[in-house]
Design a protein around this ligand. Structure first.
Ligand code: SF4
Ligand code: SF4
Length: 440
């Protein structure tokens, strides 16, 4: 068949129907060289071609060409992928694997809905908890009480939840410690600071908001300390990435439109995000809404302004702290920062600017820690193998602090530090910077 005719047929009618990603060219660009294989954690875990980027691309193409059905094996292979995008960095042909896997997830989700096989856990998390931030807050408050009265430890130790579901037991083990919640100021500017007169908006996120409320406050403080007028729009919900990565395209688009409106209405000059996974997703809002007549331009506006906080501070410059704290610090690179956004030096620049901080480079700093969204819940055992490897390198570094700018990585590393007796503190780069500003 003529390839152009074939491309159009597939693009218009089948595989990518209703899915704003990507060209069929992405599938045929893969030349099967295998240079991505050594970078792939799931290939390292199994040694199986079907769990490698090349194998997955072959299968996605076979489904698109209608040479392969959506089988349980196909779904398992795609679900087993961490979406870490290490293969994207390694690929000399520039294959946008991230777009392919996301399109495949949308397709699988549509197929599962049609055949009534949607996973119960995903339904509860996506259609229940993440749909409304108030529900996450309520869940976090209950979790806090549960942890405070000591029930959490007892339930983990007894393995009681395994009677109902192993996944529930794993979710319980992984749940991070919830601290008290402090609301954000709608507008914040430091008195007597050298004002830049620049208005920046802060995205507070969903997981970041309930579990790392302090990181959002540190972000606001650090930006204000550096002379920015900081706007934190109220009523923020998920940025859409949790839905997008799990095949819920309509929910993702709704979340994206709502978030764009909040920042559009404030007319901010920069939009700052401190969660790598969210930032990576937000930088593709324009692709996601490319056929939305109302939101296309607004999405492009948003994308042109959004920056990871470490990227923003390193690019624009930031005040050097006056306080000295003698600490040994290493850095774990969130996949969606280093591979998804190609941000690698900027967080290191921040750490190296801290008086008294000794920066120790981490071996395999860009190897996935196994967190990967809800992967540590859906694939607990494999996630723990990756975490074991990561904690081994962290222990060898001899650092007291491990820095990482993504809530998923932070939860995983805190859990890993306890599980593997690493004895390290896990901290966001912006919190570390604020710690030096305050001299605490
Ligand atoms: S995204 Fe990560 S896990 Fe998935 S194929 Fe690429 S390297 Fe492997
Ligand atoms: S994805 Fe890239 S690196 Fe991997 S096999 Fe295809 S062309 Fe080679």
């Amino acid at each position: 068949m003529n390839s152009e005719v074939k491309n159009n047929q597939i693009h218009k009618n089948d595989f990518f129907s209703g899915i704003p990603l990507p060209d069929y060219d992405q599938l045929v660009n893969c030349m099967h060289c295998g240079l991505c294989l050594p970078a792939c954690p799931t290939y390292a875990l199994t040694g199986l071609e079907k769990h490698s980027p090349r194998g997955r691309i072959r299968m996605i193409k076979a489904v698109a060409d209608k040479d392969l059905e959506i089988t349980p094996g196909y779904i398992q292979s795609l679900d087993f992928c961490l979406d870490c995008q290490a293969c994207v960095t390694a690929c000399p042909a520039g294959v946008e694997y991230g777009q392919l896997v996301e399109a495949a997830h949308h397709q699988i989700s549509a197929f599962q809905k049609k055949s009534g096989k949607t996973s119960f856990l995903k339904t509860v998390l996506l259609n229940g908890l993440f749909k409304k931030q108030q529900r996450l807050h309520l869940a976090a408050s209950l979790l806090r009480i549960y942890q405070k009265i000591g029930l959490h430890k007892i339930v983990v130790k007894s393995g009681f939840l395994k009677i109902f579901s192993t996944k529930l037991h794993e979710l319980n083990i992984l749940s991070p410690k919830v601290s008290g919640y402090k609301p954000y100021p709608k507008f914040f500017q430091k008195e007597n600071s050298d004002s830049t007169g620049i208005k920046v908006g802060v995205v507070t996120g969903c997981i970041q908001d309930v579990f790392f409320n302090n990181v959002n406050h540190d972000t606001i403080d650090v930006l204000a300390y550096n002379g920015y007028q900081v706007i934190t729009p109220a009523n923020q919900q998920c940025c859409g990435s949790v839905f997008g990565h799990n095949g819920e395209l309509d929910l993702a688009k709704k979340a994206v439109r709502d978030l764009i409106d909040l920042f559009w209405n404030e007319k901010v000059e920069h939009i700052i995000i401190n969660s790598a996974g969210c930032g990576s997703y937000m930088k593709h809002y324009d692709t996601l809404l490319h056929d939305d007549a109302v939101y296309k331009d607004k999405a492009a506006w948003f994308v042109s302004r959004v920056k990871d906080v470490s990227e923003f501070l390193a690019d624009q410059g930031f005040k050097r702290p006056e306080n000295t704290l003698n600490l040994k610090v290493t850095y774990h690179e969130p996949c969606h920062l280093v591979h998804g956004q190609k941000i690698s030096n900027q967080p290191r620049e921040i750490i190296k600017a801290l008086p008294g901080a000794e920066f120790i480079e981490l071996q395999e700093s860009d190897w996935c820690c196994g967190s990967a969204g809800i992967y540590n819940v859906t694939h607990y055992e494999d996630s723990m193998k990756l975490l074991d490897r990561k904690m081994d390198k962290i222990k060898k570094s001899g650092a007291q602090y491990v820095v990482s700018g993504n809530p998923g990585c932070m939860i995983q590393l805190v859990y890993g530090s306890n599980k593997f007796n690493a004895g390290v503190e896990v901290i966001h780069p912006v919190s570390l910077l604020n710690m030096f500003y305050k001299g605490e």
